[in-house]
Design a binder for this molecule. Structure first.
Ligand code: TMP
Length: 210
């Protein structure tokens, strides 16, 4: 039996964590075994790497060093958490995965896309999510939400133009993977966003049923 691998993506402040919580509650009520996890992080090693990556004190981090740290976190996470859960037939809800690396390090940092793509595939062993929910939001609105929370990290503090490139990058990835990546308008209130997500996931679960 194989589970279902669902990832959430989006620029800063797009409401991923809220939506993951809402979806997890609902799927659990329906009787699914659900695992909530995140990147960077999700394992003991990964959470240590996350601290390095997100600390505002590490503003001098080289973009290639940054790429490898995200991938190191992913490799450990895949082996330790994601694959074992999927093998047990669980639904894995993951806050960011490979698309984030393509969007942030590829489109955002402008590292050579072919190299980033190969490295991403190597780290993820060619595994791609069954479904990706891209919470799309105006960059300014998202960053204002982050500022309101008062917890901005190293990436949040990047220039506006960087975040715009990431957003456009995500939308391009969605156009290139129409079946897997579904765009959800994240500017509306959380309940409306959750309803859209519910419809998409229900359809996907129906398709996955033998
Ligand atoms: P978040 O958990 O609050 O979304 O923060 C993670 C940050 O790391 C966010 O700014 C996106 C960024 N990121 C990358 O740049 N590359 C990646 O591969 C991943 C997973 C996240």
């Amino acid at each position: 039996m194989r589970g279902l691998f669902i990832t959430f993506e989006g620029t800063e402040g797009s409401g991923k964590s809220t939506q993951i919580r809402i979806l997890a509650r609902r799927l659990t009520r329906l009787g699914h075994a659900v695992v909530i996890t995140r990147e960077p992080g999700g394992t003991r090693f990964g959470e240590q790497i996350r601290k390095i990556l997100l600390s505002v004190r590490n503003h001098g981090l080289d973009p290639r060093a940054e790429l490898f740290l995200y991938l190191a976190s992913r490799t450990q996470h895949l082996e330790e958490v994601i694959l074992p859960a999927l093998k047990k037939g669980k639904v894995v809800l993951c806050d960011r995965f490979s698309d984030a690396t393509l969007a942030y390090q590829g489109f955002g940092r402008r590292l050579e896309m072919k190299i980033v793509r190969n490295a991403v595939d190597y780290a993820a062993k060619g595994i791609s999510p069954d479904l990706t929910l891209l919470l799309d939001l105006d960059v300014r609105v998202g960053l204002a939400r982050v500022r309101e929370r008062g917890r901005s990290n190293r990436l949040d503090r990047e220039k506006h133009e960087f975040h715009e490139r990431v957003r456009r990058g995500y939308l391009r990835l969605a156009r290139m993977n129409r079946k897997r990546i579904r765009i959800v308008k994240a500017s509306r209130d959380p309940a409306a966003v959750a309803r859209d997500i519910q419809t998409i996931v229900d359809r996907r679960l129906k398709d996955a049923r033998p």
